[in-house]
Design a protein around this ligand. Structure first.
Ligand code: AP5
Length: 211
């Protein structure tokens, strides 16, 4: 059983690597950001409640996100392992997670420079239909602004402007970096250089996971 936590700043490459590991190792991927964006685009009551936080780059209040995570993790498909991406985001979320018996065996910290993050985030485009993610600089779609897989017009996330990204980076430093220190002291955190290309990062993570 593999219970993996992927940590990293906004745009560090967490979603990209989580999806790769998930596909290759058949371990389910939980992204709290993806869950919230799906709720927002479906216009559910939860989506309406969190919209302004997500789109302005602020953390959703702990009591809301904890409920979202616990409800997702109660599903049978996570019984034999998971890749957690986007949770916990602060020490309080970490505490609740541990109290509820949600544990991780290995933590991968994708450490990407701010300059690279700004380029990746402002270049990111995603497919609102199938969720595929592209980057105008690094992996552009074959046809301009159209998804390679389903042909849908690509969109830019509302929180992917440079101004909002700078705010998200500040929140990461203030709220999430203490989690990196916590898992470092527990000796289960592995730091990966996130400035490398997709494959080099993937290979490094696989070797750290021993697969
Ligand atoms: P969330 O969706 O978790 O956003 P994030 O942490 O800010 O991370 P991103 O999705 O922006 O980036 P990523 O690291 O996954 O990068 P990606 O792989 O896409 O959260 C969004 C919001 O939801 C939060 O702001 C908050 O409001 C709310 N929220 C979520 N969880 C919460 C929680 N626990 N508590 C409270 N609120 C919460 O890559 C980025 C781009 O770079 C892509 O275009 C990709 O193609 C490209 N790329 C990736 N790797 C490489 C590479 N090696 N080389 C070149 N390009 C690359």
């Amino acid at each position: 059983m593999m219970r993996i936590l992927i940590l990293g700043a906004p745009g560090a490459g967490k979603g990209t690597q989580s999806k790769l590991i998930s596909e290759i190792l058949s371990i389910p991927h939980i992204s709290t950001g993806d869950i919230l964006r799906n709720e927002i685009s479906s216009g559910t009551p939860l989506g309406n409640k969190v919209k302004s936080y997500v789109e302005s780059g602020q953390l959703v209040p702990d009591e809301i996100i904890v409920e979202v995570l616990l409800s997702e993790m109660s599903k049978d498909k996570y019984k034999n392992g998971y890749i957690l991406d986007g949770f916990p985001r602060n020490m309080n979320q970490l505490k609740v997670m541990e109290e509820k018996g949600i544990h991780v065996d290995k933590v991968i910290f994708i450490d990407t420079s701010e300059e690279e993050i700004i380029k990746r985030i402002t270049g990111r485009r995603s497919c609102p239909n199938c969720g595929s993610v592209y980057n105008l600089y690094y992996n552009p779609p074959k046809q301009q602004n159209k998804c390679d897989k389903c042909g849908t017009e690509l969109v830019q996330r509302k929180d992917d402007t440079e101004e909002v990204v700078r705010k998200r980076l500040e929140t990461f430093k203030n709220e999430t970096l203490p989690i990196v220190d916590y898992y470092t002291s527990k000796k289960i955190l592995y730091r990966v250089n996130g400035n490398k290309n997709f494959d080099d990062i993937k290979n490094e993570i696989f070797s750290l996971l021993g697969v």
